[in-house]
Ligand binder design. Sequence first.
Ligand code: IVH
Length: 695
Amino acid sequence: MKEVKDLSRKEAEMELALLAQKIAAADTAYYQNDAPDLTDAEYDALKHRNTEIEAEFPDLVRIDSPSKRIGAAVQSKFNKIEHKFPMLSLGDVFSIAEVADFVMSVKRFLNVAGETIDFMAEPKIDGLSFAARYENGFFISGATRGDGIVGEDITENLKTLKQLPLKLPIGVPEVLEIRGEVYMAKSDFLALNERNTASKKKIFANPRNAAAGSLRQLDPRITAERKLSLWAYTWGEVSERQWNTQAEFFEKLAEWGFPVNPLNKVCHTLGEIEDNFKHITEIRAELPYDIDGVVYKVNSLDLQNRLGFLTRTPRWAIAHKFPAEQALTRIDNIRIQVGRTGALTPVADLEPINVGGVLVSHATLHNEDEIKRKDIRIGDTVVVQRAGDVIPQVVEVRLDKRPANAVPFEFPQVCPECGAHAIREEDEAIRRCTGGLTCPAQAKERIKHFVSKDAFDIVGLGDKVVEAFYNDGIIKHPADIFTLEERNGGVGDDLFAFGDEGLHLERRAGWGKLSVDNLFAAIRARQTISLPRFIYALGIPQVGSATALLLAQNYGTFDALQHDMMLRETAKLVAIDGIGGEMGNDIVEFFNEQHNINEIDKLRQYIKVENYVDERRNDSALSGKTVVFTGTLEKMTRAEAKALAQKFGAKVAGSVSSHTDYVVVGTDAGSKARKAVELGIKTLSETEFITITES
Ligand code: IVH
């Protein structure tokens, strides 16, 4: 076989087509027919070759490339189940000091600095979460977590798990949704892999993958053949909550016949939390199943309710993960990535290495000072580390292994993508390309951001396709996405019927008609978009999803936001709790840059931005109102009061202005209370405020 670097474009293109076909056939044999026709090594070799060629010829990456396919091809065929209450995730910490911070923040929020708060410490099971719904004591449906909002219907698969009770004792709540983790015991995993080796079937990388692959089977008979276990640990919808603490919940679970992990333990102090973590760390290897940390939950449900939730995680729980996994490997090259806002980030290309079950071939080097500080050179052997889902990092250089020809890295002073000056501001760590949207890298990154999951979420426009379309001049700006179908020259069976007019993606990108139709359908489906997504998609520096949501909540319509920003009307903006002066500046500047104005104008010819409708309590006296807190509150902390106001649909501002509706005045209130009186804004005592939220 020819080396990849010796391939001509034509040869590369043909081989990629062949590989896509072979790998797809192998996937079908494996997933659909449960009869693999390749060994794992053969399969991996094909995938590897595909990756190599794609790396060498990025513009030849196919829309149906195997590198874009994740896992089981059958997944889309599961029915969807919407979770009544979202299945959330947990914040991660990696040290006892951070756990101490968490405990402190809980206490600060509740204003109980001197008191003890009990935490339930539970092993964090490394499996996949499930939700099982019971009505009148009978198991009626089961779902995977999915994206937390909508999961897959795995009712039949769950029924095959012997540990899951299908009928509960008399007296359970009428509606009861139990959640927990499905896992494969280490011994069952090894046995499965042994059997699969013998029968030349797929070898799973770890018990988690094996559990996922076994549970998410369209044919539940396959699930039944695999040994899966479970632990129950929380609940979703319940018609009547019969417990007041997490500990009491575990007692109920056990009574009802669910497996409850015997290592779950109430800790009264930080010392106990630490001892427990040490103990669990020590016995980790001997446990019959994989865990990746310890979860701490405030034991009292009253306190949990007061603490509430952040965007995606509860304030009352956290995951204390085991330390990151490390490995030694070599730096083959250092290259510069140019981000959406022009930041130049050095990235190390590594000799691929398995770090805790994941193949790592790149690591971020953060910035030029980091490279200097750690004295990282091309050719060095380094310790790389992977913690949670973060991008792998280089921890240190092994100087004892430095070869004589290791090359120090010269950080470029110009953008490697467009040649514009790259400058570094006085107090900044990051060097930035000054090319703006004339820099192809920045332009491409902005498009990638625009179509990404939390923005327009256009399936079919993955990174590689965006790159290829940009390079071909097909999509130069986000707005071009929405003229693609029209410019394509229509969709017809006879691809050559349109002469040379139009783009003919079918021919140019080598896609099938179906892929092209799917892409157009995906784009059309996004021509109406929610306000928070639209704001986020614009790629305003510093504005992530959470800030975009705040802006949407506070301005309600895109016109209102744009109007204020273009007039540099910042009073309302910087009064928003969570938007600081610097961020405010970036937002205003963004809306006043001519090319952004043009782009927004163009976009709005093709898409409809929905006004923001606050889904939070909009029947309360606080909904839509702007509230400012001042002075000391007696019955709750400031943080708790803010969260409460937000829960009832209010916006919380940091300063009093003509936009303020209520000022809640605690004791020792100062200038804000005076200003409220001056401006004739209604003031509320703490008790009045609470009464409103209770009414
Ligand atoms: S509680 C709102 N408890 O970890 C809290 N999760 O990062 C919901 N997990 O998706 C989760 N063991 O899959 C909880 N004892 C435990 C857990 C646990 C494992 C997983 C679960 C969840 C993820 C959160």
